[in-house]
Design a protein around this ligand. Structure first.
Ligand SMILES: [Ca+2]
Ligand SMILES: [Ca+2]
Length: 67
């Protein structure tokens, strides 16, 4: 996935457009991607990318997650 694709995906998940992905947006994003069953596990796993522990994923953290 290149930088532009990452940015497009980030913007798609970041529904309120504040430049950060919170847990609700993340869960909705996973649902949209067709994740089933262990949604909370997937979200928990994704939040380990929250390097500065502010409870949201900024673009840098999001990029690290998908690397
Ligand atoms: Ca947001
Ligand atoms: Ca963060």
């Amino acid at each position: 996935m290149n930088e532009a694709e990452l940015r497009a995906l980030f913007d798609e998940i970041d529904k309120d457009g504040d430049g950060r992905i919170n847990i609700v947006e993340l869960a909705e994003g996973f649902k949209a991607e067709g994740a089933h069953g262990h949604l909370s596990e997937e979200v928990k796993k994704a939040m380990t990318a929250d390097a500065n522990h502010d409870g949201v994923l900024d673009f840098d953290e999001f990029r690290t997650l998908l690397k």
